[in-house]
Design a protein around this ligand. Sequence first.
Ligand code: HEC
Length: 142
Amino acid sequence: MPLRLTALLLCILGALSAAPAQADDIGTLQLHFGTLTYQFYCVSCHGAGGKGNGPVAAALTRPPADLTQLARQNGGAFPVEKVTAAIDGRIEIVGHLNLAMPPWGQLFAHELEAFPKGTVVEALIARRIAHIIVYLESIQER
Ligand code: HEC
């Protein structure tokens, strides 16, 4: 019995150490970060697969966008700048984007308000949105 237990523990430890070893390129890590951020902030409205069917969606007057169609709606190319601006929400693009969605850039900035406003804080916000973009690109239906 103790031997079995030891074998089991070794298996679990093996599995745990195997996962990070695969994440040896920056793209994998960015996708991981982006996925986590999406699951934390976006899944409630946009749903687990990004189709716009999250648990909160039914309570909204305007349905959340289907985030798997962003490339298809743009002739097959994922519109990085437009989606970045939509997520950030702080940049006023009059007549282009008037989304019924919280400005995430403002929320991310709020989380960093203990630090002086400036390029470092802005770079971190931009990086976080870039990670979300990596995730969104991975769920595009072509
Ligand atoms: C409170 C619900 C809610 C949450 C949470 C939410 N969204 Fe949205 N989102 C919406 C709604 C509603 C729309 C539809 C836009 C509109 O027409 O106003 C939308 C639109 C968008 C769009 C624009 C799509 C297009 O067609 O251009 C993007 C991109 C997007 N959301 C990404 C995100 C990301 C990334 C997160 C997490 C950081 C997120 N959303 C969290 C409700 C939400």
